[in-house]
Write a protein that binds this ligand. Structure first.
Ligand SMILES: Nc1nc2c(ncn2[C@@H]2O[C@H](COP(=O)(O)OP(=O)(O)OP(=O)(O)O)[C@@H](O)[C@H]2O)c(=O)[nH]1
Ligand SMILES: [Mg+2]
Length: 202
């Protein structure tokens, strides 16, 4: 085939489908301390393959024996809600040195889920510090809190959540706070649904 005939054939062929950008209508960001489970949570619910920026870390924490990687950019996934809406999911890095990523992603967020450790003795102080840090980057009326690593009876869990609810109420009295395990897709879906519902009511 000559150059001219192959050019003519290519011009006559239907154009290829090229997908650029994204199809989501809402953007939910996961924030929280190193190793709390933001990447785990995103992987638990994303219905596309997660694009992550996890790299191997030389630091090991005794309380996180399986934690060999850390997020240095952000994770990206997508979720289709029961009502058909597509949600873009962004998992941010937990380490302070990557805070430039927060300032890039958070301004476009529809809702932000702050994941925190529920089993730390100083969990209320940690939550206070995170809320103070986030206040500078995001409106707290789009924020909700998911508390991890809670076990025991419902009374045990409530006893741990009570002081955290008190802290959150000082920043936003109507912000949702739930117990959630980042490894369980039902918990993570619920955290996302509650975060978006709270924003739409607000
Ligand atoms: N035992 C236990 N382990 C958990 C729980 N939630 C998460 N993990 C584990 O904790 C680790 C969390 O790791 P990541 O998901 O990488 O944490 P991350 O918040 O993305 O961390 P950075 O991006 O480094 O800030 C994983 O090994 C999870 O399996 C929990 O409720 N209980
Ligand atoms: Mg991560």
């Amino acid at each position: 085939m000559s150059f001219f005939s192959s050019f003519a054939a290519a011009a006559a062929a239907p154009p290829p489908t090229v997908l650029v950008g994204h199809s989501y209508t809402q953007r939910v960001a996961f924030v929280g301390p190193f190793g709390v489970g933001k990447t785990t949570a995103l992987r638990a619910i994303s219905d596309i393959e997660v694009v992550d920026t996890d790299v191997a870390t030389t630091e090991r924490r005794a309380d996180l024996p399986g934690k060999t990687h850390t997020t240095v950019g952000f994770d990206y996934g997508e979720l289709k809600l029961d009502d058909g809406q597509r949600v873009g999911l962004f998992g941010l890095p937990g380490q302070d040195r990557f805070h430039a990523v927060w300032r890039t992603v958070l301004p476009g967020a529809s809702a932000v889920v702050l994941w925190v450790y529920g089993d730390h003795d100083d969990a209320p102080q940690e939550l206070t510090a995170w809320l103070e840090a986030l206040r500078g980057c995001v409106a707290l009326d789009i924020l909700s809190v998911a508390v991890t690593r809670l076990s025991g009876t419902m009374q045990d869990v409530d006893a741990k959540l009570g002081p955290l609810r008190d802290v959150l109420a000082r920043f936003n009295p109507v912000a949702p706070l739930i117990a959630a395990d980042p490894r369980r897709s039902e918990d993570v879906r619920l955290a996302v649904a509650i975060a978006l519902a709270a924003v739409s009511l607000g």
